[in-house]
Design a protein around this ligand. Structure first.
Ligand code: ADP
Length: 267
């Protein structure tokens, strides 16, 4: 098969990136971007690990807002684009930085989106990174296929699949697991988000998205993939994300913060 010459250029550019992790979700709104941002920030929490977060969710780039850097711009240098550093060891690149206003919509067709993904993978100057977390669009689309093909010669460790406990979301995750198997992208595991809500008043735990089947754990067992962990539904996650902060810095003792620290040990 004829390889796009960009595959080699991307391999060269990303040769200083030791681990690439793709974050996927079957549906929109399940928390994929929030999870991508929290994983990147959790991996960079010790201040000594260099982490990059690349947002290729071209039609709905929410990473700049979640990372608290939506008013930043990216600069083009001789060798490529410089990402935005939100802390010394955490760099972010998103199509959101290229829009003149956060309210601008990106309405592009496939080839243009794929062209931008290629540029993002080939032209961003990340430098040395231990981890590059890639926030992908929801579903399994042309963009996912291009992304996997462009990264063919890079250090891709695999995919993290984000879902809610609800069957309608799990159905799409099964499709994504099959997609990953077809394109030989290892599935690092499934992360169940919005899994249970503990009432702050009466402390009763309720399922907001009740699984009508066995939920993510049964699905993982049946599909033979690891369950990386569960993050509860916690309104503070939305609040801290809107403020460009993270649950483990603002509420370090919350169950969600504890889940994130366990999850990064498993990726
Ligand atoms: P996606 O990238 O899958 O479309 P987002 O990351 O944008 O989803 O999340 C959708 C909404 O859900 C956002 O308002 C976000 O703040 C909120 N959210 C994500 N995870 C949680 C959670 N565990 N608890 C409460 N709110 C959450």
């Amino acid at each position: 098969k004829q390889l796009d010459p960009a595959v080699d250029e991307i391999a060269k550019k990303l040769s200083s990136v030791r681990n690439i992790l793709l974050v996927l979700s079957g549906k929109g709104g399940v928390g994929k971007s929030t999870v991508s941002a929290h994983l990147a920030a959790a991996l960079a929490h010790d201040n000594s690990t260099q982490v990059g977060l690349l947002d290729i969710d071209i039609c709905g780039p929410s990473v700049p807002q979640i990372m608290g850097c939506s008013d930043h711009q990216v600069y083009q240098s001789g060798s490529g684009w410089s990402p935005v550093f939100v802390q010394d060891n955490l760099a972010v690149m998103s199509v959101g930085f290229l829009l003149s206003s956060p309210r601008d919509a990106v309405i592009w067709r496939g080839p243009k989106k794929n062209g931008l993904i290629k540029q993002f993978l080939r032209d961003v100057d990340w430098g040395e990174l231990e981890w590059l977390i890639v926030d992908t669009p929801p579903g399994t689309s042309d963009e996912h296929l291009s992304c996997v093909q462009y990264l063919e010669k890079c250090n891709v460790r695999g995919a993290v699949l984000v879902t809610t406990p609800q069957e309608i979301s799990l159905q799409d995750v099964r499709k994504q697991i099959n997609f990953c198997r077809k394109v030989k992208l290892p599935v690092l595991g499934v992360l169940e988000n919005m899994s249970g809500f503990v009432c702050p008043n009466c402390h009763h735990k309720s399922q907001v998205f009740p699984p009508t089947t066995g939920g993510a754990s049964e699905m993982c067992e049946n599909m033979n993939v690891p369950l990386l962990g569960s993050i509860p539904l916690d309104p503070r996650i939305g609040q801290v994300s809107d403020a460009g902060e993270f649950i483990f810095t603002r509420c370090p003792d919350s169950p969600a913060a504890k889940s994130y620290s366990e999850i990064i040990q498993r990726v």
